[in-house]
Design a protein around this ligand. Structure first.
Ligand code: SF4
Length: 368
């Protein structure tokens, strides 16, 4: 997308919406798998601009939402240890663990600090040499290279008081799991940020194996509408290929250097996703060569299996089979001030997006 004046953008939005209405005949369900898209779609009221027969579903694209409770319970157990500083992204603070959240544990006196990157955690390791710094590493291919850089730098500088509790995840296995679960979607709005690292070609298996189109989208409302138009064009012509709408940032091959660093430090392993269960090769584990930075390797603790909150349907929402209004707890006892499930906690979560922005987004069926 080029740079346009506000009036030009309005005009382009109108033209794009008109084209979608003119072209789209069949009932179509599209899924976005990026929390940034979920929020942007709701905030801009995009569902209300689309024909009734185009539905938008949200998938497992919010990193906080797909992270399991056992991870939060483990992070809390580590945070309670003496001489530990826990470094975490802000979104994780209020995610409920089995009994408490990091936020509550901090209020009880644990040293838990919000950081914006893994390198900030490394800086804490330099600033507090007598403390152990545990970085809570969540996110997809977008954030994993940053964690890998921090681990590699720590090793090169012989800085051994940094540890990482990795819950990094890989997007393609989750997208394939959705298709294998026969969730009836006609195309993917692919995650723009993930693709800056992986490149769009990582999703070639989707048209090849499942004959579904994929469009890598940017995050402005016009980006998303253009991406929907590209998907509609392919679907109406019964075509299936990977297209890049977000060309100003994404290439087919991605950021090779970031991919190398990520692969040097991490290896794929089986990982649990809320709503999807354990997916083979869908998580990132710290490789043996860097195991002294792996918090699980250095701090052995048995964490009891965690139960999901009763009646919270966050998992079904992430899978695309239910929507936020289907949840009996929505707005009755679950809201952003009192979140019951991860989907209401995260600023990219489906339930929070629905709560904050939903007006008449009739076509956005999940996380909307
Ligand atoms: S509204 Fe709350 S309880 Fe219901 S699914 Fe969403 S996060 Fe879970």
């Amino acid at each position: 997308m080029d740079i346009y004046a506000p009036d030009q953008i309005k005009q382009l939005v109108k033209q794009t919406v008109n084209k979608i209405h003119a072209l789209s005949v069949k009932p179509i369900t599209l899924m976005e798998v990026c929390g940034g898209h979920t929020m942007a779609i709701q905030k801009a009221g995009i569902p209300s601009l689309l024909p009734h027969h185009i539905k938008l579903l949200s998938g497992p694209g919010c990193p906080v939402c797909v992270t399991d409770r056992e991870y939060i319970d483990r992070a809390i157990a580590y945070a309670r240890l003496p001489n530990v500083i826990t470094a975490t992204f802000g979104d994780l603070m209020r995610v409920p663990g089995s009994e408490e959240s990091l936020y509550e544990v901090k209020a009880e006196g644990a040293d838990i600090r919000v950081v914006y990157s893994a390198l900030e955690a490394l800086r804490l390791a330099w600033g507090y040499p007598l403390k152990k710094i545990i970085f809570l590493a969540i996110g997809f291919e977008t954030t994993a290279p940053g964690t890998a850089v921090a681990i590699r730098e720590a090793q090169q500088m012989n800085k051994d008081n940094l540890m990482v509790l990795s819950a990094h995840k890989l997007m393609p296995p989750a997208m394939e799991a959705i298709l294998q679960a026969d969730i009836p979607i006609n195309g993917y709005l692919a995650p723009g940020h993930v693709c800056t690292i992986t490149g769009a070609d990582i999703f070639q298996f989707i048209p090849q194996k499942y004959h579904l189109p994929v469009v890598v989208s940017g995050f402005e409302p016009l980006d998303i509408l253009q991406s929907i138009l590209l998907l509609v064009q392919q679907i109406e012509k019964e075509e299936a290929r990977v297209e890049i709408q977000y060309k100003r940032v994404v290439s087919h091959e991605g950021n090779i250097k970031a991919q190398h660093i990520m692969n040097e430090v991490f290896e794929p392993h089986d990982s649990w996703w809320r709503g999807l269960g354990i997916l083979p090769g869908s998580g990132l584990k710290i490789r043996h060569e860097y195991k002294s930075y792996d918090a699980r390797e250095r701090i052995h603790m048995e964490i009891p299996p965690a139960q999901e909150p009763e009646d919270c349907i966050c998992g079904d929402i992430l899978k695309g089979v239910k929507t936020t209004p289907d949840c009996p707890l929505y707005k009755t006892i679950c809201n952003p001030d009192h979140p019951i499930g991860a989907c209401m906690v995260s600023s990219e979560g489906a339930c929070q997006a629905y709560y904050r922005y939903h007006q008449s987004s009739r076509n956005h069926e999940s996380k909307t």
